[in-house]
Ligand binder design. Structure first.
Ligand code: COA
Length: 384
């Protein structure tokens, strides 16, 4: 990480140890240290009990959508589908699609620049990019995005957890800040998902869209609005076949040629995904609520992964959170995978659904399978 002083920087663990409150009880100290050591084994954001504990705080929010909008009716001209089927089964009406020659890094840089402007910062100590659709299989796209943003030299890396990617990236970035390794981090979720969709697949073809959203995290206090608390994350690799791109990786390359051209495209067993998505998001969100010590009726906004309106409705029912408190953005953008949560946040901020002090619950499910949730009291920021 970029050192903020000329002195050599202590390790995250030493840094955090030095931040222990004087006179902190043994229980407080061990809570912090156990969380730090636990971080090595489990990618979980620290939950600390010390009153003045360092935390990662959301201080900027940005979003960018490619200008080209594709309606359901336009899709119906080339796929065996209809506006009526797509609306009633998914709630999606339009999606944004990249123009030729517009890779994920372009979208990511646009959203990242807006988030940095929203935060009022010209520099960050690291960039974390969540994406399913990197510009190339190798290298990661984050260094390219950092270069575009004038952040050459800063650590930059990709996180791959499909539609849960943004929450995984948020957790990793928050951990770096809490450990003392960074003061500011840019976290981006960006996808050019349309580039991996089989043009003949009417099921996936109507669901996904492209876009990017980003937040800037800064070091702060865990009691401040915007502080990232516990991020509950999980995975189940036995489900890696229900959302996948079969070809292009070492599994297929070591075995030989792809079995069919469709193997190079995204495939999803949608009916199987549905119940897993509802169950895992609800479980993770329940755990996140427990850590925040909020009751479901205290949640002002539920920002679930924007995959399907029926999934969001089922989630709100399981969580006993009224539908009116759901943030719905998928009608305009479809499923934008790792970009879905930050895009929904930026949308809700622009409509006034998010307001300073609002209790916001985030939940996502994606390929892997992966899932995650966290709770955040909304800060007084402007989305750009
Ligand atoms: N237009 C018209 N018909 C379509 C269609 C389309 N775009 N896509 C599928 N169909 C057809 C199917 O072929 C099937 O026809 P059949 O009954 O003759 O076999 C019929 O519609 C019903 O298909 P089914 O898969 O049962 O529909 P569904 O109600 O389960 O909806 C999804 C399909 C994909 C919308 C739904 O399962 C879903 O949203 N799953 C979750 C996927 C998701 O959100 N994943 C992201 C999580 S990270």
């Amino acid at each position: 990480m970029k050192p903020s002083t000329s002195r050599p920087r202590p390790s995250g663990l030493v840094c955090a140890y030095r931040k222990l409150p004087r006179g902190a009880g043994r229980e407080e100290q061990s809570s912090i240290l156990v969380a730090l050591f636990g971080k090595l084994g489990y990618m979980r954001t620290l939950e600390v009990s010390a009153a003045d504990a360092r935390s990662a705080v959301v201080c900027g929010l940005g979003a960018w959508l490619p200008p080209r909008i594709v309606t359901n009716d336009e899709l119906a001209t080339r796929l065996d589908t209809s506006d009526e089927w797509i609306r009633t089964r998914t709630g999606i009406q339009t999606r944004h699609i990249v123009s030729p020659g517009m890779p994920t890094s372009y979208l990511a840089a646009e959203a990242g620049a807006r988030a940095m402007e929203s935060a009022g910062v010209k520099d960050v100590d690291a960039l974390v990019l969540a994406t399913t659709t990197p510009d190339r299989p190798c290298p990661a796209s984050a260094p390219r995005v950092a270069h575009r943003l004038g952040l050459t030299g800063r650590p930059a890396f990709d996180v791959s957890a499909v539609c849960t990617g943004f929450l995984y990236a948020l957790s990793v970035a928050a951990g770096l800040i809490v450990s003392g390794a960074a003061e500011h981090i840019l976290v981006i979720g960006a996808e050019a998902f349309s580039t991996i969709i089989d043009p003949h697949d009417r099921t996936s073809g109507v669901l996904f869209g492209d876009g990017a959203g980003a937040v800037v995290l800064r070091a702060g206090d865990h009691q401040e609005p915007g502080a990232i608390g516990w991020v509950e994350l999980g995975s189940d690799g036995s489900l890696d076949d229900i959302i996948t791109v079969r070809a292009g990786g070492s599994e297929q390359r070591s075995a030989g040629a792809p079995q069919s051209p469709a193997d190079s495209y995204f495939s999803m067993r949608g009916q199987e995904v549905f119940p897993h998505a509802v169950r895992r998001m609800a479980e993770a969100a329940t755990t996140a609520l427990a850590h925040a010590r909020w009751r479901p009726d205290e949640v002002d906004r539920l920002v679930g992964h924007q995959a399907n309106l029926r999934i969001l409705h089922a989630l709100s029912e399981r969580m006993h959170i009224p539908r009116e408190r759901l943030v719905v953005h998928l009608d305009r953008v479809g499923n934008t995978a790792a970009a879905s949560i930050p895009l929904a946040l930026a949308h809700a901020q622009s409509t006034g659904e998010l307001f300073p002090g609002a209790r916001v619950l985030l939940a996502a499910f994606g390929g892997g399978a992966t899932w995650g949730a966290t709770a955040v009291t909304w800060p007084d920021i402007k989305a750009l």
